[in-house]
Ligand binder design. Sequence first.
Ligand code: HDD
Length: 716
Amino acid sequence: MPSTKTDARRKAKASDSLAAKHKQLEPYLQPNENQLTTAQGVVVADNHNSLKAGAGGPTLLEDFVLREKLTHFDHERIPERVVHARGAGAHGHFELYKSMSQYTRADFLQEAGGRTPVFVRFSTFAGERGSADTVRDLRGFAVKFYTREGNYDLVGASFPVFYVQDAMKLPDLVHALKPEPHHGMPQASSAHDSFWDFASLLPETTHALMWLMSGRALPRSLRMMEGFGVHSFRFINAHGAVHVVKFHWKPRLGRHALYADEARQIAGCDPDFHRRDLWEAIAQGQFPEWELGMQLVDENKAAALGVDLLDATKLLPEELVPVLPVGRLVLNRNPDNYFAETEQSAFHPGHLVPGIDFSSDPLLQGRLFAYSDAQVARLGGPNHHELPINRSLCPMHNFMRDGAHRMGIARGAVNYEPNSLGNGMEFRVDGGQHGFQPVPENFESPKTRRRSPGFDDHFSQATLFWNSQPPAERDEVVAAFQYELSRVESAAVRQRMVDNLAHVDLRLARKVAEPLGIGAPDPRAAAGQAGFRDSCGNATLESAPSLAADHAPTAASLAIATRKIAILVANGVEVGAMKVLQQALHEHGAVTRVIAAQLGVVTTSSGQQLTVDHPLSTMPSVMFDAVMVPGGAASTERLSRHGEAVRFVHEAYRHGKALCLIGESERLLRLPGSPAPGVVRGTNDPVGRLPMAQAFIAAIARHRHGPRPGLDGTPS
Ligand code: HDD
């Protein structure tokens, strides 16, 4: 462990660099707010009226104030990202637990306790900028580390695998996934013909499809979502030793998913669900955290693992190489301005620092070209690195000059090297001690457009994922395939897809096929030349507990801090037990909201007034993690006559959420069968209040409860 002194020095340095980052924005943040000026700084006399030839006359072309305002307005939008268009960002820092000098010489990974400022942008992959947050999709998890050696971008995703193996197929994937070109539909959804046509013809997509059809594609919150670097990268240490590294972000709150039905309803009710959740948590001081983990493999031993580490459709099971926790990411500041920061942030997997290098993964290699090209198109020129959000914290010095929107002012007559007119210095770096050095490698192969044989196995890891899921998650995966494929009009595409799935698991394929109006799956008819297991020596684990939807909950992931609990009330509500429970929930960091038929107040059984936070019509139960219905005969009577209130309770039950029904309110949930898991019942009797609170908190911490009896009779 470092001494307290070193620790303090480190922290001081870190806060210096955070302050420096903020300083860059100061001129924009602290204008004189008592007056308006033009872009040239001229004070505007009237911001309501254009200049006219007489009060009833035409507007004059010379009105430069109006012209400037309209011109700027006309250009307010920039092209959205071609993928990952919809995003939400936050500032924070990364703190290293222990030195990684054994593996890499990257400066920000040397000193235990060292902090590096970061900006993170989360995104959906398919949807346009104005689409909904909770759609079924892979999510981007892009982290910019502002290190002292330059910016390092880890441009990852919420799945550890990608759909295609070679960058050559990326444009086809995105064309197939995005709205169909003739009518521009559907938005932000893979449930359409062109996507499944493409996917079924390209079996290498199968593994990522399994993730897409699982709860991993429907995070409850960005704060409860894992991230992965996906590709293999390489670490090189001060002595030149090389390790293959795969990056993992593990959320401190654990990983939790929505049900598909909830996600669809939330998309309509609050399309900003995830970005609002992230913003509110940070604003309330509940800073989201992730642990950075690494799988490290000596480069010389990588081949022996039996998994092709250059194939981005394959993961390296934690059961083969454990994930080493190395540091934590804390997001503790919301952006000041969405456009200036989140929208203009520009990431690039090729933004590396010394000590980290790429691998020859052909998907990653293509990305190295695509990102800078995309930024030039999107941000209007080659100087986007000068935007405050993208600027590195360490000084820059080079002879790249000019271009659109140049902000830095280069001084002097010399803009070339070598020169004798400037300081005459020759900028070459010696044998590996300074500057960025790639891992030295020999390539003696002939040019070819082939992939390595290890890429040919498209199904083993899809099967591994399937085998690793608990029964409830398997049901979700089956239901998701059925939902998506039932929206595909072409029966031939539906058939081809289930034929492919037969290579993952025949029972899975049969189940998926049941309601689709097609024949039984036929593995012999599967698409593609390659992809048949056992052909290329990939390691075949039977199952991997680390991939299971309900893997290893921790104390932190079972905490209920920031969880949202609805308290459903009507006039006549008894609030004795409710107050005790509410206080206990708040002490655990949970958020409660009072819901009633309409806004304003309700009158309690003792004549007090209780403020209502939301009307039932705008806040269905899908917006909450749990529901409490306090007792009271009059209140229960009113709620049981209100269709939306009854639906509220039944829907929460159906979605496996924790329910606390106090006193008479249990009448709202009349279901046959035994007591359902996660449904806490109690009375207003003071003796039972604390145990009831504890039971409810424990039930919320479990996130979901199932299977529950009587589901067929519940409305959804
Ligand atoms: Fe990509 C954006 C992640 C493959 C081309 N990608 C983008 C973003 C993320 C990823 C997180 C959004 C960054 C932000 O928030 O601004 N991309 C991935 C992952 C991939 C991947 C994890 C596979 C492992 N991407 C990939 C390939 C290509 C691209 C193979 C092209 C050959 N990606 C782009 C892009 C984007 C982009 C077109 C759109 C806007 C941008 O870059 O800045 O260049």
